[in-house]
Structures are given as C-alpha cells and as structure tokens.
Design a protein around this ligand. Sequence first.
Ligand SMILES: *[C@@H]1O[C@H](CO)[C@@H](O)[C@H](O)[C@H]1NC(C)=O
Length: 85
Amino acid sequence: MECVRVFTVLLVSCTLIQRTSQDTREKRDTSTLQPRIVTHDGHLVFETGTYRNITFKANEGGYIMLDGENIKTIAETVSAIVTGL
Ligand SMILES: *[C@@H]1O[C@H](CO)[C@@H](O)[C@H](O)[C@H]1NC(C)=O
C-alpha cells in the first residue's frame, strides 16, 4: 500500500516536472515580428519586430524618464521648437 502511494507521488511529480519543463522550453520564435533585446559589444539594443512599435506607457501620475528628464516634456519642447511656438 505504501508502495502504491510512493509510486503515485512519484508519477504526479514527474508529470508536473514534465509539464513545467515543456512550458519553459517552448521553441524560440525567431519570427521577424518578435521584438528583441540584444547586447552587442557592451551596447544594449531594443529592437522592434518588423512593422511593430516599442511603446512606453505612463499611467496617471507616472512619467517616463530619460537621464532624469521627463520624455513627455522633451517631446513637447521639440514639438514646440519644430512648429515655431
Ligand atoms: C505604431 O506606430 C505607428 C507610427 O506612429 C502608428 O501608426 C501605429 O498605429 C502604431 N501601432 C500600434 C499598435 O501602436
């Protein structure tokens, strides 16, 4: 009886481990639609997929900062300069 219980626990454990490893070992999608974060010679590159965007979205009260500057402020400043305001 104890042997059956041990076998059942072992079987369930193996099933769970197999399922987990299958979930984490999905084949890597090398489609050009997929975005990438790559390093090259110490540089970090965020790369879009073909016809795809990279979007940083700030919710209420949040900011997206770049070197201590609010990106939205930078964009508004550039836009004002370009439109001559
Ligand atoms: C991606 O960016 C382009 C250019 O601004 C825009 O026309 C398009 O709607 C964007 N797509 C998404 C899913 O945000």
